[in-house]
Design a protein around this ligand. Structure first.
Ligand code: FAD
Length: 650
């Protein structure tokens, strides 16, 4: 790994001055394109989940010519639809002391002081406008008897600021954004292509000027030129194979941009969510989240004695139960942030006090119990809040959570890392922007619950429309004819890559099989706990398996037709490269922070030990032409308004 800083300047372009005035001032300073000229500019948006659909709706409404792409058969199937629990906003409807400043503080502290103050404050500030926008679109948020929007609490906060639509918040918000985008499709400002996957960027020197796509039904490769490109392509949790993400989620768009020069920030910062349905078998291919909202009323416990672990939960007396989150963190109790709760669950299971199915010789599960909530509030009240989640749990496990406690275990859920972006959400490639989970911008080393939807929609509805306009105002519309050669070359590279995948020397192993093996390596070395020795071993193992992949991957069918094995093979090839970078990043960061728990850097009590003196920076990695030799740049973080403190949820 080349660790020498070169001359590349990592300027976040974050404005100066009072924190509360920065975004206002920045917007005021941003240039605008005159309405009559906007249709001369083409903006490509890859990805139409919450971030992409909201950006497309907004930029289309402004009058730009927007082209959108997604690989599913409809934008409504983006992974955003799976978001269950809610979206944060500092409306303070509960009058419980919330404010933009408090949301800002909770978010930056929740991220273990590894995010930029300016970005996080803007996020908190915009949170209130998102709710107004969504309500105006008709998003059916839960309401109180009075008609006010209802709120609940999520981890890492002591106020109620999470807006929700039962356990389907992502779906309802996505329908709102999709309908706003569809309106622009009808108006002719947005042209949408489903089942169309970006293969690569088209570059003119250091500037992004378009993309190459593959039509997933016909296999045809096409080029699309534009004045700028926005990637809203989601997160890369599926590098681990088993995660709570939709099976199709992948890293390919951002990884290929990375190979074209976009810096990749904090790749090892992966969120492990504490409340997922435990793995049931070695060949399982997907994990299911049980929303964090359940921790509002559910109590997490494990048997005090390992001898009780095989008993049914109802046979374990109250005095023999360890409500370990309440015991370890009395002030936040069951609502500690995700990283803290996940590590506590792992600790209990590592001690041999886990329950449920054994995986690799260990019982990986603890209980999430609603008996007290049902006793206090009644079954109907609990069902009204969580009914669809309980139903989902019952369908998957064949156990009734109204009668017996749920079993839960942490699982990979979200990636805080992503493409490095500045305050304008522009990557280190000129004209290439990234929004939503695809960028690294706001969550530091750990994301608080209900803040991903907030960030995706802040980026799409409010930030990108301003910053993309500012960028376009500084450039003349491109003349597409000039770039035919660039487009052809990018297409030829994409074609060569597909040919290589289709023609391995000894085709014998499916992409899925390789993916499963890669995921196991990554989970054990770069999951909930990391240490130098295992990370080094994992890097060697990933390199060896990657070589094997290119030698033995078996892709059946043809490239010029619908071919899901080919789609998977392309995505797994990128996961192989990213996985190595994740381990290199984890290895380089000699501290514990947020999700990143290095065994060598824990306090005596087993809590994460941050090292602000040496590691208060964003790691931004540059592709050097050799995936095993990336160059590390550091964006140092400055805290003028909050003082990084030891996170204490006790
Ligand atoms: C089970 C679950 C529950 C969650 N619940 C919550 C919650 O309650 N609150 C919260 O705040 N967050 C939640 N999250 C996180 C949140 O859902 C995501 O972070 C967020 O929805 C991501 O939105 P996005 O628009 O960035 O990406 P996505 O919704 O993942 O959209 C990605 C888009 O990119 C497209 N795409 C990707 N690659 C390509 C390519 N190469 N070519 C063309 N198109 C491409 C896809 O087709 C898709 O349209 C949850 C996550 C999970 C896994």
């Amino acid at each position: 790994m080349d660790d020498t800083m070169s001359e590349l300047e990592l300027d976040s372009h974050a404005p100066k001055g009072p924190l509360q005035d920065r975004w206002k001032q920045h917007k005021y300073n941003a240039r605008v394109v005159s309405p009559s000229n906007r249709k001369k500019y083409t903006v490509i948006i890859v990805g139409t989940g919450l971030a992409g659909a909201s950006a497309a709706a907004s930029l289309g409404e402004m009058g730009y010519k927007v082209k959108t792409f997604c690989f599913q058969d409809s934008p409504r199937r983006a992974h955003s639809i799976a978001a269950q629990g809610g979206i944060n906003a500092a409306k303070n409807y509960q009058n419980d002391g919330d404010s933009v400043w408090r949301l800002f503080y909770d978010t930056i502290k929740g991220g273990d002081f590894r995010a930029r103050e300016s970005n996080v404050f803007r996020l908190a500030e915009l949170s209130t406008s998102i709710i107004d926008q969504a309500v105006a679109q008709g998003v059916p948020f839960a309401r109180e008897y009075s008609g006010y929007l209802a709120n609940r609490s999520f981890g890492g906060a002591q106020v109620s600021r999470t807006f929700y639509a039962r356990g389907q918040t992502g779906q309802q918000l996505l329908l709102g954004a999709y309908q706003a985008m569809s309106r622009q499709v009808a108006c002719g400002t947005v042209e949408h292509r489903s089942r169309c996957e970006m293969q690569d960027l088209i570059m003119d020197g250091d500037r992004a000027i378009g993309i190459v796509t593959r039509d997933l039904v016909t296999g045809e490769l096409e080029s699309h030129l534009a004045d700028c490109v926005v990637l809203c392509t989601g997160g890369y949790s599926n590098a681990f194979y088993l995660s709570t993400n939709a099976k199709g989620c992948n890293t390919s768009a951002i990884w290929r941009a990375h190979r074209k020069g976009a810096l990749f920030a904090n790749p090892s910062f992966t969120q492990i969510h504490p409340t997922c349905i435990p793995q049931q078998g070695e060949l399982q291919s997907k994990l299911t989240l049980m929303s964090e909202s359940l921790r509002n009323d559910g109590r997490v416990w494990a048997p005090k004695n390992a001898a009780d672990c095989d008993k049914k939960p109802e046979e374990i007396a109250e005095k023999d139960r360890d409500y370990f989150l309440e015991r370890m963190y009395p002030s936040f109790g069951n609502l500690v942030p995700r990283d803290i709760a996940s590590r506590a669950v792992k600790l209990i299971c590592d001690e041999g006090r886990g329950v449920g199915t054994e995986i690799d010789g260990k019982k990986l599960g603890v209980y999430l119990d609603f008996a007290d909530a049902i006793k206090a509030q009644g079954l109907d009240a609990v069902s009204e809040k969580y009914g669809n989640l309980f139903q989902m749990y019952q369908r998957i496990t064949a156990e009734n959570p109204y009668q017996t406690p749920m079993r839960i275990y942490p699982a990979v859920h979200y990636t805080m890392g992503g493409l490095w972006v500045d305050y304008n959400l522009m990557t280190s490639i000129d004209g290439l922007f990234a929004g939503g989970e695809a960028n690294f911008s706001d969550h530091g080393a750990n994301r608080l619950g209900a803040s991903a939807l907030m960030q995706g929609l802040a980026d799409g509805y409010f930030v990108l429309p301003t910053t993309v306009s500012d960028y376009l105002a500084k450039h003349k519309p491109i003349k597409a004819d000039t770039y035919a050669g660039h487009a052809e070359q990018a297409k030829a590279e994409a074609e060569a890559r597909i040919k290589r995948l289709m023609n391995a020397a000894e085709p014998s192993i499916t992409p899925d099989d390789f993916h499963r093996r890669l995921g196991q390596i990554l989970w054990h070395a770069c999951g909930m706990a990391r240490e130098q020795k295992t990370l080094k071993q994992a890097i060697d193992a990933i390199r060896a398996l990657r070589e094997d992949f290119w030698q033995k991957v078996k892709v059946t069918g043809e490239a010029e037709q619908l071919n899901q094995t080919l789609e998977r093979a392309g995505r797994v090839a990128d996961f192989f490269e990213l996985a190595e970078l994740m381990c290199l990043d984890a290895l380089e960061r000699e501290e514990s922070c947020g999700c990143h728990a290095r065994e060598e850097h824990l306090t005596e009590a087993g809590e994460a030990q941050r090292n602000d003196m040496d590691y208060s920076f964003v790691s931004a990695w540059q592709y050097s032409g050799d995936v095993s030799q990336p160059t590390l740049y550091r964006e140092y973080l400055h805290f003028d308004f909050v003082r990084p403190s030891i996170r204490n949820y006790q």
